[in-house]
Design a protein around this ligand. Structure first.
Ligand SMILES: Cc1cc2nc3c(=O)[nH]c(=O)nc-3n(C[C@H](O)[C@H](O)[C@H](O)COP(=O)(O)O)c2cc1C
Length: 239
């Protein structure tokens, strides 16, 4: 919480137009402070009920993130979640997230009623990404089967690149991960150590099921250009 507060203060010290939070409703004073500066507040959610709660608290934009996404995920897929959320919070802007890395998917979420797409995994292997090269290489050789949803990383369910270390937590007799934030604190040094010792087979990162098609774009600009061209082709087909 203290770290989240510091992030928020840093964002508010600049002319930040959009502040987005995850894992719960943002505190009322944060929503107020962003609004007082003319900004918008967004929130990532994984169910229609979460969306209703966020909008009731004053959130302006809901990011409906499906199970196929990288990072903390719920259990509902993007295809099912987005129209449910669109119907649950009429009049509120909804962005769709999870499994989007192609212009056809942007056309699809627009058809589901979303105003836009929110992408994460696609950027990981672009030239601008600060992801270490060892992880980029692992991502580029992974398929959609190579992610797992585990509580061993943070104590909450996170979709990330599967490794033997993560699989060991699912073995019979393995201890249950601690609740968040304790599990994150418990395993933090392990991950630092894995990175420092350059053990590529144990290195992991949050990433979604679109990991199998990463690597088509060199730069972020290339990715945007490709998404636009694919979107135009997909929507032209339905005119
Ligand atoms: C490496 C990585 C780190 C992420 N970290 C956060 C985070 O700190 N906070 C957050 O709200 N979402 C985080 N996400 C989720 C993204 O904001 C986004 O919703 C998600 O990546 C969308 O699904 P996709 O990966 O299929 O594009 C992260 C995603 C990835 C891939």
């Amino acid at each position: 919480m203290a770290l989240a507060r510091r992030h928020t203060e840093a964002a508010l010290a600049h002319a930040t137009a959009f502040v987005v939070s995850a894992l719960g409703v943002p505190p009322a004073d944060v929503i107020e402070a962003v609004h007082a500066r003319g900004g918008l507040v967004g929130a990532l959610i994984g169910s229609a009920e979460h969306a209703r709660r966020q909008v009731a608290a004053g959130v302006d934009v809901v990011v409906a993130q499906g199970h196929e996404a990288g990072g903390h995920v719920g259990r509902i897929s993007t295809l099912v979640l987005v129209p449910e959320v669109v119907d649950a919070v009429p009049g509120t802007a909804v962005l769709a997230a999870g499994g989007i890395g192609d212009g056809r998917q942007i056309a699809a979420i627009e058809a589901l009623g979303a105003q836009g797409a929110w992408l994460g995994s696609l950027w990981l292997t672009t030239r601008e990404s600060v992801t270490p090269d060892a992880i980029k290489q692992r991502l580029l050789s992974a398929t959609a089967e190579d992610t797992t949803v585990s509580r061993a990383y943070s104590g909450r369910t996170v979709r990330l690149l599967a490794t033997d270390w993560l699989r060991a937590w699912d073995e019979p007799g393995a201890p249950q991960p601690l609740k968040a934030p304790l599990q994150g604190a418990l395993v933090h040094e392990t991950f630092t150590s894995i990175a420092e010792h350059g053990m590529p087979e144990l290195v992991t990162t949050p990433v979604g099921q679109i990991v199998g098609v990463l690597g088509r774009d060199d730069t972020v600009g290339d990715a945007i250009g490709r998404l636009q061209a694919e979107y135009r082709t997909a929507t032209a087909r339905h005119k």
